[in-house]
Design a protein around this ligand. Structure first.
Ligand SMILES: [Zn+2]
Ligand SMILES: [Zn+2]
Length: 862
C-alpha cells in the first residue's frame, strides 16, 4: 500500500547558495533529500521511499561548525512510500525461475518469491532448449517476463540490505499470470489508412489490467498517435478534445537495464472535460485547488465536468517505433458513472459542454485563412452568425465560435512578423526552429551542398494523401528564378476539378542543381508514408528534361511523364512579343508544333530545328531569341520527349494555371526589395499563400465575394473553362475559327492553326503566352468532329497498348502475370473514373474510354 509519511531531516546546503534572508533554494533541499533517501532505500515500518511530495517547513539554518562552507537546515517533509502488506494484491514481473519457485520484481521491491507451495496447480517443467517454466493444467504459463498478479503472503525485513522480502501466493480468485509483454508486443501494429482514426477503427485486445477492470490495448505506429488523438476527439457520439494530463520521458542518454517492459515515454491523455469537476459538489484534485485560472481563454471549456475518460500511450524501449495505447476508461462519464457532457448529459443541453470544448480543425483553418487574406473579424463573425441563424440556432461545436477567439487570432497575425532577425540567414534558422511541423527537410549551406528547405504544412500533407494516392504528382521546377533570392520549386496534385494544389514547396538558391532532388525527396515520401502506409503514386510529371528521373523512380516507384507546357508557353509569349504579324506568328507556331509532334513520334532531330530556323530567318528577333535560349537546350528535350510519355493538354493547362496563380498571389508586393529576403518568402508561403489555396477548396468563399481581388480569383483552368462554351459559339471561317466571348457576346476571338495547342488566339490571355479556353475549345470541337487527330498523349497511349499486344509474353507463366497486371491497371483506372464521375467528364477522359472500348473490340477479334 502507498503511505504518506512525515519525516524530519538535517540538510546541509552550501552557504554561498543561501540567499540574503537566510533561505536556501528549494531545489538544493530536495536534491539533497533525495540523495539521503536513496541511501536509506527503505524503512522497516514504512516501506520503500518513492519520492518527496511536500516540503512542510525548513527551519532557519545554522552554520556548520566543522566547515563554514555549509549551512545546516532542519527540514520537515512528506514522503510517499510503498509498503507491502499481508493480504494485499500486487503485480510483478518474473525475472528468474528455479525448481522450487519463481522470483519476481514489483516496482522497487526487488525480491518477491513465489514458492511452488503457493501455486499448487502449477508444475515445474524444462522445455526443449533448457528453458524452465511453470505450467498449469489450463496451459497458462509462468516464465521469465510474465506479469503475475499475486497476493502478499508474508514479508520480512532484511536489515543488512535494507530490503523488504515478500513471500507471494497465487492461491485465490483472479490471481496468477497475466499478459506477457512479448505477447503484447507480438500483437499486430495497426495502421488504418485514413487521415485520422479512432478507437472503433482498431481491434482491441483485452488484457487484465493492473487494476480490477479490464484494460483494452492496441499497438499503433508511434508517429500516428496524434491521428488517433484527433480521431478520438472527433467522436461522433460525444465530441471532445483530449489533452496531455501527464507525460514522462526518459532522458535520451540515461542508461537503462534491458527490461522487456522498459518505457521510453509515457503519456496520459485525458478528456478535456475532466479530470477535475467544477460542477456544484464536484471534486477538484488538491493540487489544483489553489490554482487560480488567469483568464478564461476563448474556446476553453468553461468548466471541467469530472469526466473520467482517459487513455495511456506508452513507447517501449523494446520497440520505439510503436505506441502501446491502453484504454482504461473509454466512456465519457463522471465518477458516479453518469454521462457528464455531450448529448447524453441532460444538464449540458444548450451549453458548450454539449459539444466539443474547442472548434474543429477545419473551422480553425477557415478562420485563419480568411484572416490571412484580409477579411475583417466583424465580417467573419457576421457571416458565421448568419449561417448559424439560418439553420435555426447552434447545433454543433463550430456554431459556438466566439468573437473573442477570432479577434485573438487576428491580433496574433497582426503582431507576428516575418523578419525574425535582421540577418536573413539567422531569421530563416529561427523560422525553421519554430515551424518544425511545416518543415520536412532543412539543410543549411555546407562545404559541399547549398541551402535547401522543404516546406509542407499539415493541410498540404492531407491534400497530398487525398489527391495523390493512386494518382499523379507534378513538379513545377522553377518559379521566379530571376526575381526571388531563393526560387521556388512546387509539387502539386490535381483536385476533383483537375486543378493543381501545391502540396510541398522546396526553396534553394538558383545555382543549386536538379541533382539535389535526392536530398529532399525521400524525406517527403517517408513523411507521407508514415501517415498512410498504403499511399502510392501512379505517375510523376516533370517539366524539365534534366530532372533527376532516377531518384524519382527509386523513391516513388512509378512512371515518369514529361510536360511541355513551360516551353510552349515561352515560345508563344516570345512570338507575341517579337513577331508583329499574326499570320507569321501562326506559321512559326505551327512549324514548332509539328517539330515537337515529330520528336514525340520518334522521328524529329536537331536538324529539323536547323531547317526551321532557316525557313523563318526573316523573323530575326524571334529567331535570335530561339537560337540563344532554346537551340542549345533542345538536346535533352529531344531525348526526354522521345523516351518519356507526354503529359496531356489538360495537365499542361493546370500547371500553367497554377504558375500564373502563384505569380499573382506571391509577387504582389509594393517593395520589390522584399523578394531578396528568404524569411519573407517562407512566411508568406506558409500563411497567405496557403490561405488562398485553402480558400480555393472552400465552398463558402463566394459569401465573401465583395472582397474579390485578383489574388482571390480562382476559377477553372482554361481546359475546364472551355467545356462551358457551347458548340454554337464556334464559327469556322476558312482556315481560321472564331469563338464568341462568353461574357461579351459582341466580341469574337480569332484563332489561327485551329485544332492544335500551337494555335494562336487573339484574346488578351493568349497574348501573354497562355493556353486560353478558346484554343482548348476548338481542339475539343475539332476532335468531336473527327477533323483532327487525337492528342499526342492519347496516340502514345494507344501505341503503348498495341506494342504490348504485339509482344506476347514468352511463356504461359509470365502471361498469367501479365493478365493480372492488366486487370489491376484496368481496376485502378476505373476506380479513378468513379471518383471523379460527377465532375462532368473531360475530353481526354472520354477519348480514353472510347479508345479503351475500341481496344476491347480489337481484342475480341484477335
Ligand atoms: Zn469526456
Ligand atoms: Zn483566347
Amino acid at each position: 500500500m502507498f503511505c504518506e509519511v512525515e519525516f524530519l531531516r538535517h540538510v546541509a546546503v552550501p552557504t554561498e547558495d543561501v540567499d540574503t534572508n537566510g533561505r536556501p533554494p528549494t531545489t538544493a533541499i530536495v536534491s539533497s533529500l533525495l540523495k539521503q533517501l536513496k541511501m536509506c532505500k527503505a524503512l522497516e515500518e514504512f516501506g520503500y521511499i518513492l519520492g518527496v511530495t511536500k516540503l512542510k517547513t525548513v527551519t532557519n539554518g545554522k552554520i556548520n561548525n566543522e566547515s563554514l562552507k555549509y549551512t545546516n537546515f532542519l527540514v520537515d517533509f512528506i514522503c510517499r512510500t510503498i509498503l507491502p502488506v499481508k493480504g494485499e494484491v500486487m503485480t510483478g514481473v518474473v525475472h528468474s525461475i528455479g525448481r522450487y519457485g519463481a522470483f519476481l520484481k514489483s516496482g522497487p521491491i526487488k525480491i518477491v518469491y513465489l514458492s511452488t507451495r503457493k501455486m499448487p496447480s502449477y508444475y515445474y517443467f524444462v522445455e526443449e532448449g533448457g528453458k524452465p517454466v511453470f505450467l498449469s493444467n489450463d496451459l497458462s504459463r509462468i516464465e521469465k517476463d510474465v506479469v503475475v498478479r499475486f497476493m502478499v503472503y508474508a514479508t520480512r525485513w532484511n536489515q543488512p540490505t535494507r530490503d523488504i522480502q515478500v513471500l507471494a501466493s497465487i492461491e485465490g480468485e483472479s490471481l496468477g499470470p497475466m499478459a506477457r509483454w512479448d505477447e503484447i508486443l507480438s500483437l499486430p501494429v495497426q495502421n488504418p489508412p485514413t487521415l485520422e482514426f479512432s478507437a472503433c477503427d482498431l481491434v482491441w485486445s483485452k488484457v487484465e489490467g493492473h487494476r480490477d477492470n479490464m484494460d483494452r490495448l492496441a499497438l499503433v505506429p508511434f508517429a500516428r498517435v496524434d491521428d488517433f488523438v484527433r480521431g478520438e476527439s472527433n467522436n461522433k457520439d460525444c465530441p471532445t478534445r483530449f489533452h496531455v494530463e501527464a507525460r514522462r520521458r526518459r532522458p535520451p542518454k540515461m542508461p537503462y537495464k534491458p527490461k522487456v517492459d522498459g518505457i521510453l515515454e509515457y503519456i496520459l491523455y485525458w478528456c478535456s472535460f475532466g479530470p477535475d469537476d467544477h460542477r456544484k459538489g464536484g471534486v477538484v484534485r488538491p493540487s489544483r485547488s489553489t490554482y487560480v485560472p488567469k483568464k478564461k481563454s476563448a474556446g476553453r471549456p468553461n468548466t471541467k465536468r469530472g469526466c473520467t475518460c482517459h487513455f495511456i500511450v506508452k513507447r517501449l524501449i523494446a520497440e520505439p517505433s510503436v505506441a502501446l495505447v491502453i484504454y482504461n476508461q473509454d466512456k465519457h462519464v463522471d465518477k458516479k458513472g453518469l454521462p457528464c457532457h455531450g448529448p447524453q448529459d441532460k444538464k449540458s443541453v444548450g451549453t458548450r459542454a454539449m459539444y466539443a470544448p474547442f472548434i474543429s480543425e477545419d473551422l480553425r483553418l477557415r478562420v485563419l485563412s480568411l484572416l490571412h487574406v484580409g477579411i475583417p473579424v466583424e465580417t467573419i463573425m457576421q457571416r458565421h452568425n448568419e449561417s448559424v441563424e439560418k439553420q435555426g440556432g447552434p447545433s454543433n461545436r463550430d456554431d459556438l465560435l466566439t468573437h473573442r477567439y477570432v479577434r485573438i487570432q487576428e491580433r496574433n497575425i497582426r503582431r507576428s512578423t516575418w523578419e525574425l532577425d535582421e540577418d536573413d540567414d539567422v531569421s530563416i534558422g529561427l523560422w525553421v526552429e519554430s515551424h518544425q511541423s511545416h518543415v520536412f527537410f532543412y539543410e543549411d549551406f555546407s562545404d559541399t551542398d547549398p541551402f535547401l528547405l522543404g516546406i509542407q504544412t499539415d493541410w498540404q500533407l492531407q491534400q497530398m494523401i487525398r489527391f495523390g494516392n493512386g494518382r499523379l504528382l507534378a513538379f513545377d521546377s522553377r518559379f521566379a528564378t530571376n526575381k526571388l533570392k531563393y526560387p521556388i520549386q512546387s509539387l502539386v496534385v490535381f483536385n476533383s476539378d483537375n486543378k493543381a494544389i501545391p502540396v510541398a514547396w522546396i526553396i534553394s538558391p538558383r545555382f543549386s542543381r536538379s541533382g539535389d532532388t535526392h536530398r529532399w525527396m525521400r524525406a517527403l515520401f517517408n513523411r507521407v508514408r508514415t501517415k498512410d502506409p498504403t499511399w502510392k503514386l501512379a505517375g510523376f510529371i516533370i517539366d524539365d528534361p534534366l530532372c533527376d528521373i532516377l531518384t524519382i523512380r527509386e523513391v516513388f516507384h512509378c512512371s515518369v511523364l514529361i510536360c511541355f507546357w513551360r516551353v510552349r508557353h515561352a515560345w508563344h509569349k516570345n512570338l507575341m512579343m517579337r513577331c508583329s504579324y499574326m499570320e507569321k506568328r501562326a506559321k512559326i507556331s505551327k512549324a514548332l508544333g509539328q517539330i515537337v509532334k515529330d520528336i514525340c513520334r520518334g522521328c524529329g532531330t536537331l536538324e529539323s530545328l536547323d531547317n526551321f530556323m532557316e525557313n523563318f530567318a526573316e523573323c530575326r528577333d524571334f529567331m535570335d531569341y530561339f537560337k540563344a535560349i532554346w537551340y542549345p537546350r533542345m538536346g535533352p528535350w529531344i531525348t526526354a520527349l522521345k523516351t518519356l510519355p507526354l503529359a496531356s493538354q489538360e495537365s499542361s493547362a493546370a500547371l500553367e494555371f497554377y504558375h500564373n496563380q502563384l505569380k499573382i498571389r506571391l509577387l504582389n508586393e509594393n517593395d520589390p526589395d522584399i523578394y531578396q529576403r528568404a524569411d519573407w518568402l517562407v512566411d508568406k508561403l506558409g500563411t497567405k499563400i496557403q490561405a488562398y489555396f485553402w480558400l480555393d477548396e472552400y465552398e463558402g468563399k463566394d459569401d465573401f465575394s465583395r472582397y474579390w481581388k485578383d489574388e482571390w480569383a480562382s476559377g477553372l483552368t482554361a481546359w475546364r473553362k472551355s467545356r462551358t462554351i457551347p458548340n454554337t459559339d464556334v464559327v469556322t471561317e476558312g482556315d481560321r475559327v472564331k469563338v464568341i466571348d462568353q461574357k461579351d457576346r459582341d466580341t469574337a476571338h480569332v484563332i489561327w492553326n485551329p485544332g492544335s495547342e500551337y494555335a494562336i488566339c487573339s484574346c488578351s490571355w493568349a497574348e501573354k503566352g497562355n493556353l486560353c479556353e478558346h484554343v482548348c475549345k476548338v481542339i475539343q470541337y475539332f476532335r468531336d468532329q473527327g477533323s483532327t487527330l487525337p492528342s499526342l498523349s492519347l496516340q502514345q497511349y494507344n501505341r503503348g497498348l498495341i506494342e504490348m499486344l504485339k509482344c506476347p509474353p514468352p511463356n504461359s507463366f509470365i502471361r498469367d502475370h501479365a493478365v493480372s497486371l492488366a486487370i489491376w491497371v484496368n481496376e485502378q483506372l476505373r476506380a479513378q473514373f468513379a471518383n471523379g464521375g460527377q465532375s462532368g467528364g473531360s475530353g481526354e477522359r472520354d477519348e480514353t474510354v472510347n479508345s479503351g472500348t475500341q481496344m476491347e473490340v480489337d481484342l475480341e477479334l484477335c
